[in-house]
Write a protein that binds this ligand. Structure first.
Ligand code: COA
Length: 258
């Protein structure tokens, strides 16, 4: 697939996905959502890609939301379909990838933009970043998982306040409430993501994907996360990475995971 709205690169075990519609502050239109799905699917299938870094082009925006011009005239059914399809092909899809995805939030992350960052496995931000869910100011609510993931990440009370007031918070405030893990200058943002990715890449990809599955199970309806953990833990014992990791420890050497 040829990408028009995003840039995709691969280097040294890292996949880079950059949303690239700067004139529209990287707003997520239908084509961009579909391209992002294809890009993540492609990178997930590349076994030499160990971590994916998602960011926005230029310095103003990560993503300023879903593209308002595309849905302003939608009917009730079209609205439901927009949210359902988006959740399925992009937001839930990213959350459930086996490959860790780090959101490097480089500016405005609003509405669908913050929801996209929240679907990633964790987030870091630059000092200029601003985050919020402004949907109620447009007469709608977050539809790409925001009402679920924001309370999971920062607690119900603060999430309710952010959603009801439609206000933005600064990167520093986002760090204080646990929405992002680190705040650095814009120049340091991608290098920090690469540094963290480097630490992740030293570990077993097979074990990391099992850990993602087990952590996510905590938030799935009708699933017993502890039981998911038991099974995923046990399955690790049958992997080459487990043999290598434990042998390397006992032999006092660094593991070489496949
Ligand atoms: N959907 C569609 N277009 C958007 C957009 C969105 N979510 N966010 C920004 N844009 C477009 C603007 O319409 C403008 O396009 P134009 O130059 O063709 O008029 C361009 O991006 C630049 O945005 P602009 O509003 O002029 O920049 P600003 O610096 O004055 O304000 C924001 C920046 C982020 C505060 C403002 O763009 C904004 O509020 N965006 C919408 C945020 C939102 O409600 N998102 C949730 C959607 S559900």
């Amino acid at each position: 697939m040829e990408f028009k709205n995003i840039l995709v690169e691969k280097q040294d075990g890292l996949g880079y996905v950059t949303i690239n519609r700067p004139k529209k502050l990287n707003a997520l239109n239908k084509d961009t959502i579909e391209e992002l799905h294809e890009a993540f699917k492609m990178l997930e299938e590349m076994l030499d890609v160990k971590v994916i870094i998602l960011t926005g082009s230029e310095e103003k925006a990560f993503v300023a939301g879903a593209d308002i011009s595309e849905f302003a005239h939608f009917s009730v059914d079209e609205g439901k379909e927009l949210a359902r399809k988006g959740q399925e092909i992009l937001f839930n899809y990213i959350e459930n990838l086996s490959t860790p995805v780090i959101a490097a939030v480089n500016g405005f992350a609003l509405g669908g933009g913050l929801e996209l960052a929240m679907a990633c496995h964790f987030r870091i931000a630059s000092e200029n970043a601003k985050m919020g869910l402004p949907e109620v100011s447009l007469g709608v609510i977050p539809g790409y998982g925001g009402t679920q993931r924001l309370p999971q990440l920062i607690g119900k009370g603060k999430a309710m306040e952010m959603i009801m007031t439609a206000s933005m918070i600064t990167a520093q405030e986002a760090k204080e409430v646990g929405l992002v893990n680190y705040v650095v200058s814009l120049e340091e943002l991608v290098p920090l993501a690469e540094k963290i990715a480097g630490k992740i890449m030293r570990n077993s990809s097979v074990a990391i994907s099992a850990a993602i599955r087990a952590v996510n199970a905590n938030f799935e309806d009708g699933i017993n996360g502890f039981e998911t953990e038991v099974i995923a833990f046990g399955d690790c014992f049958g992997t080459e990475d487990f043999t290598e990791g434990t042998n390397a420890f006992l032999e006092k050497r660094k593991p070489k995971f496949q």
